[in-house]
Design a protein. Structure first.
Length: 291
């Protein structure tokens, strides 16, 4: 009987220690760039919400910075999905000819300002959030957690050849992906001890058979990005790679399908997430079967 009592006490002590460890866990989310493929991030957020995952830190690059900003602002994944369903290509890019006549990013900035209203600064966000940009003047990575949220997000989205650079505080901001396309290291440095990274454009460095100017330039940018990612992703505890390669990064189409792929990619790792974060697996449903 004494042995059983001791065993019970040990088990309770172990459970208490486990709870304490879980309470100390700080979870970070890195949302990568990928143009319209960034819509897949929304499905991932729906899955994380369904699993009960709460993020303490978020960092985003390019399209990931848009989704991250909205989520950090307090928009639910369902609300972000509704916004995506209402988007048209002309809402983001109008009259753009790649590498010949780049578009301006004011539409992205205007879109976000319309959602944020009076919010302009990072300190007003509900979740600590950083936006990754590249300063074209110095070539350095700039991780913003200060300044005008909509402005720096538009800078992070300014893919060279697709958008014009965004002048801001003496810098010329362009796509953060040139330096850090999936900023797992950024959320790690923010204080996360568990890092989840979502790469919606994981085939960027595979090159091209085409010798057209646009294909050569876009593939060159992809190869540059991939060389940086290999290092920054080393700190990620789980990497999610939604199979979105058949969707164009320049076309907002099949939004529901991209969201579903993002969702299923996270759910395919459900057991790992539950074990890693100590989540109670009870009452976890299937979003796409109960709609």
């Amino acid at each position: 009987m004494m042995v059983k009592v001791l065993d019970i006490l040990k088990k309770k002590k172990s459970e208490q220690n486990e709870v304490q460890v879980n309470k100390k866990t700080k979870v970070g989310l890195a949302l990568g760039g990928g143009g319209a493929r960034g819509i897949g991030h929304i499905g991932a957020l729906i899955a994380f919400e369904e699993l009960g995952v709460k993020f303490d830190y978020i960092a985003g690059t390019s399209a990931g910075s848009i989704v991250g900003a909205l989520y950090a602002f307090g928009k639910s994944p369902k609300e972000i999905k509704d916004l995506a369903l209402g988007l048209k290509k002309k809402d983001i890019i109008q009259g753009m000819i790649p590498f010949i006549r780049p578009a301006k990013t004011w539409k992205i900035e205007e879109l976000l300002n319309g959602i944020f209203g009076d919010l302009t600064v990072f300190s007003e966000l509900k979740i600590p959030f950083k936006v990754v940009c590249t300063d074209l003047k110095t070539g350095k990575e700039i991780d913003f957690d200060y300044g005008n949220v909509a402005k720096v997000v538009s800078g992070s989205c300014a893919v060279p050849g697709i958008f014009t650079p965004v002048p801001y505080e003496g810098m010329n901001l362009v796509d953060g992906g040139l330096r850090n396309n999936v900023p797992a290291d950024v959320v790690k440095n923010m204080g996360a001890n568990v890092v989840f990274a979502i790469d919606v454009n994981h085939l960027r460095g595979t090159g091209t058979d085409s010798l057209s100017t646009i294909s050569v330039l876009s593939s060159t940018i992809g190869i540059i990005m991939q060389s940086k990612i290999d290092k920054t992703m080393e700190v990620a505890d789980l990497i999610f790679e939604p199979a979105l390669e058949n969707f164009s990064p320049l076309k907002i189409e099949e939004v529901d399908k991209m969201i579903e792929i993002g969702y299923e990619t996270v759910m395919a790792n459900k057991s790992k997430i539950i074990k890693m974060l100590g989540i109670n697996p009870k009452k976890i449903g299937k979003y796409f079967t109960k709609r």
